[in-house]
Design a protein around this ligand. Sequence first.
Ligand code: SAH
Length: 196
Amino acid sequence: MDIFDEIYRGTPPWDIGRPQKAFIELAGRGEIRGSVLDIGCGTGEHALFVAGAGHEALGIDTAPLAIQKAREKAAERGLPARFLVGNVLNLSGLNGRFDTVIDSGLFHTLSDKDRPVLAESLATVLAPGGRYFMLCFSDRNPGEYPLPRRIAMVEIRDTFQDGWSIDYVRPAVFENTVQADGHLAWLASISRKAQE
Ligand code: SAH
């Protein structure tokens, strides 16, 4: 069974019951445009948030229990976000084109080998000129703990090379239910180049 599905029997620390502040601010700056795909959506707070702001929204996660919870929230809140069980490392089967992709806490769960696979997969669904917004744990976090890994800026840059341009990678915070100040994070904005 999917380890994450097991974790979603309870409420994991990242499942804060609202969108991450970093994405609320991003939306406030008008950076989220058009149709939105939320990869590794968990229980759906980010897809629901953008659906509430009028965007077409689809959330994808491998954990069936997370998707079930997300669908329940959509029904309770009367929001039109859609949710699918699926692997974001192979999005080509979606046959979809999105203007914006949101990733809150997925990228830092991937192995070294899977990061370039994600970039290839995203290229199949992100419209030319579309943007991928990613919030991950950063290597600025002090202390020793094994997982999830902390991402160095260079690892983000190495993953998105051909066909991508990095708009910015900025210090941010990843909120959780156990630490008042959250984890130190990076917020990256990465654009799919218009010419293929
Ligand atoms: N975005 C959510 C969940 C973050 S936790 C939130 O902010 O609350 C990371 C999520 O990525 C988990 O729900 C996990 O099930 C999902 N995930 C990990 N690898 C995945 C993959 N290859 N495809 C789809 N989802 C994946």
